[in-house]
Design a protein around this ligand. Structure first.
Ligand SMILES: [Mn+2]
Length: 448
């Protein structure tokens, strides 16, 4: 696929705007995609000799819109955010560029708005924030093609590769491979990295009884005669075969679906400049984002080795928190209604990723999964679905935006991954209402 002309036209308008300013204020999102997008923009602006400042938001709610409104600079570039606030951004008396991929509410002439949905490309699988930032990068200068590596960190960080690379991402992959920046490699059920450590921290797959249990990891590795120091590169073919078959058997016993296992052993995208796969890089970025050290993540992407090492340290800390939280949910159990399952999360930054783990490895992948983080000011929500559920009519973005409104909050995102907030104390009623809305989505799709 080539980039549709409507987008190239708007991208060149974005380039003109940036060229006409010496200083650019960049806003982006704190997740791996948002940080990748911001890193791409940073590299592009450095190479173009521009000065800039990057501000990272955890979400673009009223509060962040207020911050943007008070911005003192004339040129604003927003990546991986903005789609829900185009009207508000139009009111600003500034040059505003929005490179987003979230569901569109309206188009704009005043804001230079680049979004794959405007040309019928699905922004949840065919282009992410980093994809759009990258397209802006090569519009500025074709020498920016090396940044396709950072774009892939965003693409895999946003899990857009799970059903195969498509849309604008496919254009990036084909061209990125042709230019030798990206190599595809075969996936495996065995978690990447030093095996005793990676099994201990493994949440994808989460292997009940082994993940998070050091003693059991050692017993398990001894029983299959594999040294804990080995990794995927140093294991023999036979060792890999034995290890992955036993992991597969344990997962089947645990009730994990074949689909989930196929998803885990997906193709990986190897990045030339880091000698690492895009997903592992995305995990490092995620760790930075969620540990509130977004600057480290961006510096790592821009090329700082010190920050890469810092990110690895953060990732280990993050993995520890994640496995602890997963074990806690597995111990305490999850709650189930007819059309959804939900759990309480004490870790606000982990709720989204916990939804994914709960859905595939603890609960049932046949039900949308909602994580609830209660606090006295605002209860935060995350929701995850599967592609199969989308095919059956589920749209979490719609469901959450509708139901959070009723309970004094707001919500939205993607049909497959969505978030929001509600007033504290309304959690139980909210869940019942959401259960009903999802039930309606399922039944109206059935009757179609
Ligand atoms: Mn994104």
């Amino acid at each position: 696929m080539d980039v549709p002309s409507k987008l190239t036209f708007r991208l060149s308008r974005a380039v003109d705007i940036v060229r006409n300013h010496d200083f650019i204020q960049v806003y982006s999102h704190y997740d791996a995609d948002g940080l990748s997008a911001a890193s791409i923009v940073a590299k592009v602006l450095i190479r173009a000799g521009k000065e800039f400042r990057i501000t990272i938001f955890t979400s673009l709610e009223e509060e962040s819109v207020r911050v943007i409104k008070e911005c003192a600079y004339d040129c604003i570039l927003i990546t991986d955010l903005g789609a829900s606030y185009i009207k508000e951004l139009e009111e600003l008396n500034k040059s505003v560029i929005v490179l987003d991929h979230h569901v569109i509410h309206e188009d704009s002439d005043k804001v230079c708005y680049v979004n794959p949905h405007l040309v019928g490309i699905d922004g949840s699988s065919g282009a992410c924030g980093a994809t759009m930032a990258f397209l802006f990068g090569i519009s500025m200068d074709p020498d920016n093609w090396d940044l396709v590596q950072i774009a892939f960190i965003g693409i895999t960080g946003d899990k857009q590769h799970l059903r195969g690379i498509s849309g604008l991402n496919l254009y990036l992959l084909n061209e990125g491979m042709k230019r030798n920046f990206i190599t595809q490699c075969e996936g495996s059920l065995i978690p990447p990295g030093q095996i005793s450590k990676s099994l201990f921290y493994s949440t994808e797959p989460y292997i009940r009884g082994i993940s998070g249990n050091k003693v059991e990891v050692d017993v398990f590795l001894k029983s299959v005669h594999i040294s804990g120091d080995k990794d995927l590169k140093t294991m023999t073919k036979n060792e890999k075969r034995i290890l992955s078959s036993i992991i597969a058997m344990k997962l089947i016993e645990q009730g994990v679906t074949l689909q989930a296992m196929i998803e885990v052993s997906r193709t990986r995208y190897y990045l030339k400049d880091w000698q690492m796969d895009a997903e592992s890089m995305a995990e490092l970025l995620d760790a930075c984002g969620r540990m509130s050290t977004q600057g480290t993540g961006i510096a790592m992407c821009i090329g700082s080795n010190d920050d890469l090492l810092k990110a690895v340290e953060l990732k280990d800390q993050y993995s520890k928190n994640l496995i602890d939280a997963t074990l806690k949910i597995d111990r305490e159990g999850i709650k189930e209604l007819e059309n959804l399952q939900y759990f309480d999360s004490t870790e606000t930054g982990l709720t989204g990723v916990l939804c994914h783990i709960v859905m595939y490895y603890i609960g049932k992948p046949s039900k949308p999964t909602i994580g609830i983080h209660r606090s006295s000011v605002k209860t935060k929500l995350s929701g995850r679905a599967t592609y199969e559920l989308l095919d059956r009519g589920v749209d979490l973005s719609l469901a959450l935006s509708e139901s959070t409104k009723i309970f004094g909050g707001e919500g939205g995102g993607h049909n497959i991954a969505s978030g929001g907030s509600i007033k504290p104390g309304t959690e139980e009623d909210f869940i019942k209402n959401l259960n009903m809305i999802i039930g309606d989505q399922l039944s109206s799709a059935r009757s179609r």
